[in-house]
Write a protein that binds this ligand. Structure first.
Ligand code: ZN
Length: 389
């Protein structure tokens, strides 16, 4: 009912206009057109939007007021998910020759929104491009183009329009453009264009010095060409930029320190990080390295002390694992059961969660598939039961 009332407003305005217009225009012609309007209105009241639309769109003599009506009707259909009808209405409006310049621009904008909703990105793009130089519409048109280029993974164009949005005083998109640069770096890297990849990653860091993804990719790039010192510097930057992503670099960092025979330094560094971050992943990694380098007594003492204050399932499983490795004993069967249960829970757990919408997934996405925000999905510090993704 609310939708219908909303719908009737422009129609009522239009019919009012017709009443006034009758005093100036030919009475017969006006009466016929007025009757058409009321016919359309009756269809709406009878909840027959198809017939109503036919009546309104049949009215060839579109002028200022009927254009408003058509815009409103088209928007209503789009909101209701009836995009084909919205496209039909807005498309037929644009084809008219007697619209004002502003009415035509609004119709172009609405038709662009229709195509966007329908997933017809190339058509939507062409329409929004028409509006990017029009002061009243440019901010929305540029925002829509950015959305389209992201969907099409045309990162260069997306960067160009993000920069333009910032120039015209819109919202800053530096965090997003840093990710677009990272996307281009990954593309270049996949084609062994290491120099180009590096240039894109420096561009990403210039746009957003806190972009941990750029440092992570720089580290991988350096590893690939055998520059383990540079890789260590890049991976360590991740912890300073965004500690939440540190679990992603623990494996490769340990590998780099190992290659350079600097494992003592690695464990010392990992201890420092673990004092700042008592999450399960860092604790588990430190326990694993302590076990390898300093033996099971040191690793067990560390875990027993740590878990009392900061209990984590990953840490608990590591503790059980070390005790099990000691061999048969009175508690062996209990420990085996505990290990089995904790492993099962961890295998079913989500590894990553979006800080913005709560979406959980098993692998890292830099853009959340649910809320489309960049840089919001991060590794879980410990177990969280999988609820989606
Ligand atoms: Zn999200």
């Amino acid at each position: 009912m609310m939708e219908l009332l909303w719908l009737l407003l422009p129609v009522a305005a239009a019919s009012g206009w017709w009443v006034a217009r009758r005093e100036h225009a030919g009475r017969n012609e006006s009466a016929v057109r007025n009757a058409e309007y009321f016919k359309g209105l009756n269809y709406l009241i009878d909840d027959k939007p198809d017939q109503a639309i036919e009546v309104f769109t049949r009215m060839a003599d579109v002028d200022r007021d009927t254009a408003e009506t058509h815009l409103a009707l088209g928007n209503l259909f789009r909101r209701r998910g009836e995009v084909d009808r919205a496209i039909h209405i807005h498309g037929s409006l644009i084809a008219r020759t007697n619209l004002t310049v502003e009415q035509r621009r609004r119709a172009v904008m609405e038709l662009g929104e229709d195509y966007l909703r329908a997933g017809l990105f190339d058509r939507a793009e062409a329409l929004f491009r028409e509006l990017v130089d029009q002061p009243d519409h440019m901010e929305i048109a540029v925002s829509r183009l950015i959305y389209i280029f992201q969907q099409e993974k045309d990162w260069r164009q997306a960067i160009t329009y993000c920069d333009r949005l910032e120039q015209i005083g819109g919202e800053s998109k530096r965090r997003q453009t840093a990710h677009f640069c990272c996307e281009l770096a990954e593309e270049a890297s996949s084609q062994d264009e290491n120099a180009e990849a590096k240039t894109w990653l420096f561009d990403a860091l210039a746009r957003d010095p806190g972009c941990a993804r750029a440092s992570l990719l720089l580290g991988r790039l350096a590893m690939r060409i055998g520059d383990h010192r540079a890789a260590i510097a890049a991976f360590q930057a991740v912890e300073r930029q965004d500690r939440g992503y540190f679990p992603e670099v623990i494996g490769p960092l340990g590998q780099c320190f190992g290659t350079l025979n600097r494992l003592d330094e690695w464990v010392h560094y990992l201890r420092e990080v673990q004092e700042r971050d008592h999450g399960g992943r860092v604790t588990d990694a430190l326990a694993e390295w302590l076990l390898k380098l300093e033996g099971e007594d040191v690793a067990l003492r560390f875990l027993e002390r740590e878990l009392r204050e900061y209990p984590t399932l990953l840490g608990l499983r590591r503790l059980v694992e070390i005790k099990l490795a000691r061999g048969e004993g009175t508690e062996y069967a209990d420990l085996r059961a505990l290990h089995c249960i904790s492993t099962q829970m961890l295998n079913n757990a989500a590894r990553y969660r979006c800080a913005n919408c709560g979406f959980v997934v098993k692998s890292l996405h830099w853009c959340c598939p649910s809320c489309q925000q960049w840089n919001t999905i991060k590794p879980m510090p410990d177990l969280v039961m999988k609820t989606s993704g």
